[in-house]
Design a protein around this ligand. Structure first.
Ligand code: GDP
Length: 393
């Protein structure tokens, strides 16, 4: 699936950068165009893979390249005001060559949190291609303002995009590790999952497994209908078997497939599907009730056993209760792993979002109280007790 990716704000830019790095290394060619947008000049300069001409600094007259400091209302205003500058960069995208737009952003900050819903609405008005969001939830310990920003941005962005894919930093934070240090690793995890998902639709049709290869229309159909999505992933090394399979087939002269124990291959795939769906999702949630799902199994084609995939798909139907579970493979001959990626679209039973909203409401109330208290305190400080002094004017 060919995407035009727009990284909004610092997190958005860095994740976009990681997508580009992955694309170059794996030769997967899913990022057809990459644009980074920010109000902070330093963040744009820190990117390594986004072409310089595709880095758009907005809000210069308002914040002079210094960012909006977690003020997402200001982020939204600036995006409105400078939408033409962003559009200028999008104009250079060969849109007829892309299947969809992906707007990537950290929901808890200011620039991307406020700006990305404005941009998504703008792109949707102009183009017919679907516009997806990849929104990052802040970790719980980032504080009230980030949680409040994220809760408000989530609510706004989900309405503006065709589907909001969510990644929760909180579920991925390693204890004892600073968030900053952990971001690079977390971004790798993000890109691994979404890279397989979107890369799956990019395999050249042809060869033995052609009819079971995932097509980009299957990804689009799974995401159609809107709402919120989450992704699961599980992988297992097959490096040893790759070797032994080769040796065995040389000795026996048999076909490679017959040298592999097909029952083992089937079981491996079904257990990977379970691990992917029941393990840590990008947004932890109950999978029951998901409206649509897509199962992608990736790896060397001789390990992508049809029976296993079909069983995995059926199991997903039972677990989600959905009638719309698609499945297919993504042959990657050079890989030493077999992986299962499960996209669950239209999930609604997400306790993490409810908890985020609760904390956000409390933060909002506290912020209101503190503001009025500090106004009162300042007044008490400045005014003399008996009102004997007069200000100059
Ligand atoms: P902005 O530049 O004002 O849009 O804000 P940031 O993108 O700096 O921060 C928004 C939120 O994104 C933060 O609260 C973090 O939760 C998250 N974040 C920042 N950088 C990264 C990153 O590199 N990776 C991930 N996964 N999350 C990040």
């Amino acid at each position: 699936m060919k995407l035009a990716m727009i990284g909004f704000g610092q997190a958005g830019g860095k994740i976009l950068d990681t997508f580009l790095e992955h694309d170059e290394q794996a030769g997967s060619n899913i990022v057809r165009a990459a644009v980074a947008v920010n109000t902070a000049k330093a963040d744009l300069m820190g990117l390594e893979h986004v072409p310089e001409e595709n880095r758009v600094l907005i809000g210069q007259s308002r914040v002079k390249g210094h960012g909006v400091g977690a003020d997402n209302e200001l982020g939204a205003e600036i995006a409105e005001e400078d939408i033409d500058e962003i559009q200028g960069a999008i104009d250079d995208i060969p849109v007829h060559e892309v299947d969809a737009f992906l707007v990537i952003t950290g929901l808890g900050g200011g620039t991307g949190s406020g700006g990305s819903p404005v941009l998504a609405r703008h792109i949707k008005r102009i183009y017919t291609e679907p516009v997806y969001g990849l929104g990052i939830l802040p970790a719980g310990d980032e504080g009230g303002i980030y949680t409040l920003n994220a809760a408000r941005s989530f609510q706004t962005l989900v309405r503006e995009v065709d589907n909001l894919l969510v990644f929760d930093n909180d579920a991925w934070r390693k204890t004892g590790e600073s968030m900053q240090g952990g971001y690079a690793q977390i971004n790798e995890e993000i890109v691994k999952r979404f890279g397989i998902l979107f890369g799956a639709g990019e395999v050249e049709q042809g060869g033995e497994v052609a009819e079971s290869v995932v097509d980009s229309s299957e990804i689009i159909n799974t995401l159609a209908g809107g709402g919120v999505s989450t992704v699961g992933y599980a992988a297992e090394s097959v490096a040893d078997e790759k070797e032994s399979g080769g040796i065995l087939s040389r000795f026996t002269g048999s076909k490679e497939e017959s040298s592999l124990d097909s029952a083992n291959t089937t079981n491996r795939i079904t257990s990977l599907v379970r691990k992917a769906a029941l393990g840590r999702l990008t947004l932890p949630c109950e999978i029951e009730g998901a409206e649509r799902a897509l199962l992608v199994t990736a790896g060397p084609s001789k390990f992508l056993n049809r029976k296993g995939i079909e069983r995995g798909r059926k199991w997903l139907e039972e677990q989600t209760g959905s009638m719309e579970v698609r499945g297919g493979d993504y042959p990657v001959e050079a890989s030493d792993n077999v992986a299962a990626v499960v996209l669950l679209s239209g999930v609604t039973n997400v306790p993490r979002i409810k908890e985020l909203q609760q904390v956000a409401i409390e933060a909002q109330e506290n912020i209101g109280e503190i503001e009025s208290e500090s106004e009162q305190n300042l007044q008490e400080l400045v005014e003399d007790d008996d009102d004997e002094l007069e200000p100059l004017f």
